[in-house]
Design a protein. Structure first.
Lengths: 527, 373
């Protein structure tokens, strides 16, 4: 007992004396807010927080080149061929791939995974359903033939779109034998897989403790790219940005993912730290509900475009954590428009308002989530709109309440966000330019519907573009649709997110791209 | 009123009987009557617990219903297919009348089926078993610090009431609970962790130790000891010492102030005059007589403070990345994760009552005049 006491006192003194080891050389520790981590089933998960982890646990059918995001490279499929009519794509599955369980990865696994995505019908299933796949037809539309995976569609689709969609998490190839061995009540193994991994990615799951940590370790049999250099990656839940910064400065974590502008500036001068700026595809926009007669006037649409202080929001308010982007597709995603035709011009806006018969201004509410950057953007709008006589009533509330109100179309104006699921412009553009029915019970509650913007002609054009197979024609069509959304719609696209990822200087190749699952850990090194 | 605020309210001294000599009636009571009294006490306590829990359930349930956020969206997200939305809507029982939903909910609770958290996807009971130990460990250490420092400080204040030591201690204890703990936490980390390197940073354990210790009780200090990992124990201690001290400061503030005022009240009683006339020193009167007589109400304050700490101090937990109950409840609340909020609230209510009942039992053991069960 006496010895035990001595040991306690001794070890307490040692620890209080400041014996702080840096993180182990073969371990990467990331501090991040992972409170919104819901599931690790790749055919279910649709959260930003879990994206990176999933990308590293599973090998997808095809993947983005970690060094050149726009380029699609082989994943589980080594090659692919699209039919001339755009109604079929045949993928050749690579031989010799193994799952973390030791089971071989076959075309049957690839087919199973895509079908599973459709059959489970979870939120990301919209990515696969856009190809006309449903619970009833997916068995015929997605087939394994020997070492080949054959996917077919009722309508033609561009190969770029197909590849882009099949590089998303839902196209992760899961170990069908292992998953089905753990299925219960026809759930295709969903309950089991939510907290486990059954993939062929560079890492396998060691443990996930909700709101605490995710731990993954290198899979020695990984054949989807270079062998992982970092043996273990620990994503620690640290919700408070100030705490993340301190941990990073002390070397108790290698990467801090959620620092705010002040903290990024504060660490810029530290020689042992660095910041990588990653432009994301997330776009923040202002939407005008057409149910409000003032907001339904096209002159008002035009006026508000000249009342946003784009530069001020991006550079003064957020000091570079957002950049100006005035069309739906963010810079860095295929098909983005680089032009920025609008700036703050109160006189021009006033003239347009006078043309609309609203020279005296009017009062209208704007909804925003009680979170950064929505609140700050709404406040900036309040000040600049006020200069033209539009009095904005800010309604700032919890995110789930704001979303509920938006979906129930009870807003006037709203500051909201769009984040694409994969790097192709189609789903983004369709979210804004497709609506032929303003009724309540529609299945597709997209932005056009939420703002009661009825656009049968534009919808037809969007429809045509989605079946355009020729790559250059396709981009041309999407460019035209984007210009309508930018210049002649009740939407004002303002900024896109630029995420600063702060890390220790010795961390190499930790990067990211427009999507939230674009950080491959297997190329990361510490030296 | 939160437990903390309750603890801050000056206790009415009216229920503190003035002891001169122990009343003999208790000992003389026949055994049968004593048993009957015990049974009555037990029944009334259980009834109180039951009514309180039922009330708590009803209020929390109704609050969950009036929240203008769609709970289905939380599960399926903004862009789920309509059929998934409808399926989850039914699974959550939202198509039923509210009264029926409540009845089903109570039925589940009674059967111990607390449901699954919408956010973590785990059974809520499992979640709570995971998060509560972290809070329990922190709160227990904090209350120990608060009591060990707070009572002597309170005695010191009473002894030197109105003079310099009293003023100093009062200012210090006032500062302890008037400075925002969030700010104190950040500054504490900046000074003791980042600059001086005396303590561990946010989190319960350094990454290097994290996997060397098997989870048994989920109390880091205990688990590391059980595993015989002295270095890991020291590391866990270095992580908990700062948040526990900060929370201990809050506890210290209450305990000091209440101890002081209870003692001053005792010092105004006739029996202390008698003791003084008998020639006892002032500190003997304070420590041996007044403190013993004030023990009951002080204990009540300690119990309330402890219960308050056990609810989980969300700000402290956030700053120190401490995966505890406070953070769990707050996250669940913001995520409109109603089943998790309901269950955790119920647990907090239960803890509160249990701690109070325990303090009542200890009081009655200490003071035969309040001898009830």
């Amino acid at each position: 007992m006496k010895h035990a006491l001595k040991a306690v006192v001794f070890s307490a003194l040692v620890s209080l004396g400041g014996a702080h080891a840096a993180t182990p050389a073969d371990t990467l520790v990331v501090a991040r807010d992972i409170s919104a981590f819901l599931s690790l089933d790749p055919q279910e998960a649709f959260e930003i927080a879990s994206g990176d982890t999933l990308n590293n646990l599973y090998l997808r059918l095809v993947q983005h080149d970690p060094r050149d995001f726009q380029k699609i490279i082989p994943g589980a499929a080594e090659s692919w061929e699209a039919s001339a009519d755009g109604r079929q794509v045949v993928f050749k599955i690579r031989q010799g791939l193994k799952f973390q369980s030791g089971n071989p990865l076959t075309a049957e696994d690839a087919a199973f995974s895509l079908r599973r995505g459709v059959l489970l019908g979870k939120p990301p299933s919209i990515i696969l359903r856009q190809f006309g796949w449903s619970k009833d037809n997916v068995e015929q539309k997605v087939r394994a033939e020997g070492d080949r995976l054959v996917v077919s569609f009722d309508q033609p689709y561009a190969i770029d779109l197909v590849l882009s969609a099949l590089s998303a998490a839902i196209a992760s190839v899961v170990d069908s034998k292992l998953v089905m061995a753990n299925a219960q009540n026809g759930d295709l193994g969903n309950a089991w897989l939510r907290t486990r991994s059954a993939g062929a990615g560079a890492y396998r799951l060691v443990e996930w403790k909700a709101k605490d940590a995710v731990v993954i370790e290198a899979f020695p049999g990984y054949a989807g790219g270079t062998a992982p250099r970092i043996k273990r990656v620990i994503v620690r839940h640290v919700a408070e940005a100030a705490a993340q910064r301190l941990l990073l400065e002390k070397g108790d974590v290698d990467v801090a993912a959620d620092l705010n502008p002040d903290q990024v500036q504060a660490i810029a001068s530290k020689p042992e730290l660095k910041v990588v700026q990653v432009p994301r595809g997330t776009v923040f926009y202002l939407a005008l509900n057409q149910a409000n007669p003032n907001l339904a006037k096209p002159e008002v649409w035009q006026a508000v475009r000249w009342l946003v202080d784009y530069e001020g929001i991006a550079n003064q308010l957020f000091r570079g954590q957002y950049k100006v982007n005035q069309s739906p597709v963010a810079q860095g995603v295929a098909g983005a428009l680089p032009e920025q035709p609008y700036k703050l011009d109160v006189a021009k806006a006033k003239a347009l308002l006078a043309k609309a018969g609203l020279a005296g201004g009017f009062t209208v509410s704007v909804d925003a989530m009680a979170a950064t950057p929505y609140r700050e953007i709404a406040q900036s709008l309040q000040s600049t709109f006020g200069q033209a006589g539009i009095k904005l009533d800010l309604r700032v509330a919890e995110p789930s309440q704001v979303l509920t109100r938006y979906r129930e179309r009870r807003h006037d104006m709203i500051v909201f966000v769009w984040a694409p699921d994969y790097s192709d412009p189609s789903s983004t553009i369709e979210f804004f330019t497709r609506n032929t029915d303003n009724a309540e019970g529609v299945a597709n509650k997209n932005a056009a519907w939420r703002n009661r913007w009825l656009i049968p002609q534009l919808t037809a054009k969007t429809e045509e573009a989605s079946h355009e197979v020729d790559p250059s024609q396709r981009m041309k069509r999407y460019g035209e649709l984007q210009r309508v959304a930018r210049d002649d719609s009740p939407f004002v696209f303002m900024v896109q997110k630029v995420e600063p990822i702060a890390m220790r200087k010795n961390v190499q190749n930790y990067s990211g791209a427009v999507t939230f699952d674009s950080t491959p850990y297997h190329i990361v090194e510490k030296k | 009123m939160s437990a903390g605020e309750m603890a801050m309210q000056p206790q009415q001294p009216a229920d503190i009987p003035v002891p001169v000599e122990p009343p003999p009636a208790v000992a003389a009571m026949p055994a049968r009557a004593a048993w009957r009294r015990r049974a009555r006490w037990l029944a009334s306590t259980l009834l109180t617990v039951f009514i309180t829990l039922a009330g708590l359930l009803l209020v929390t349930f109704l609050l969950g219903r009036v929240l203008p956020a769609d709970p289905v969206l939380r599960v399926v997200g903004d862009r789920a297919p309509q059929e998934l939305y409808d399926r989850v809507y039914r699974e959550m029982g939202l198509h039923r009348p509210v009264a029926q939903q409540f009845a089903l909910f109570v039925g589940d609770m009674v059967r111990g089926n607390f449901g699954k958290s919408l956010v973590t996807g785990n059974p809520i009971a499992e979640d709570i078993l995971r998060y509560f130990p972290a809070t329990f460990e922190l709160a227990t250490l904090a209350i120990v610090i608060g009591v060990l420092a707070g009572i002597p400080l309170g005695v010191l204040c009473a002894q030197h009431a109105g003079r310099l030591p009293d003023h100093l201690a009062r200012v210090a204890s006032l500062a302890g609970h008037s400075v925002p703990i969030f700010w104190l936490g950040i500054v504490g980390l900046l000074v003791f962790y980042a600059n001086l390197g005396w303590v561990g940073g946010p989190g319960r354990l350094d990454v290097a130790y994290r996997y060397s210790v098997p989870e048994v009780t989920r109390l880091m200090l205990v688990d590391t000891l059980l595993a015989g990992e002295w270095e890991a124990f020291g590391n866990a201690l270095s992580h908990i010492v700062l948040p526990a001290t900060l929370l201990g400061l809050v506890a210290l503030g209450y305990v000091t102030r209440m101890t002081r005022s209870f003692l001053l009240w005792q010092l105004r009683q006739d029996y202390t005059t008698v003791l003084r006339l008998k020639g006892l020193s002032e500190s003997a009167i304070l420590w041996r007589h007044a403190l013993r007589n004030a023990a009951g109400p002080i204990l009540a304050v300690i119990a309330l403070t402890y219960a308050y700490l056990l609810e989980g101090a969300v700000l402290t937990e956030t700053v120190f990345a401490w995966p505890g109950l406070g953070m769990y409840i707050t996250d669940s609340l913001f995520a409109a994760d109603i089943p998790a909020v309901l269950t955790a609230t119920l647990l907090v209510g239960l803890i509160f009552m249990l701690v109070n009942i325990a303090s009542e039992l200890i009081q009655s053991a200490l003071d035969p005049r309040t001898h009830r069960p």
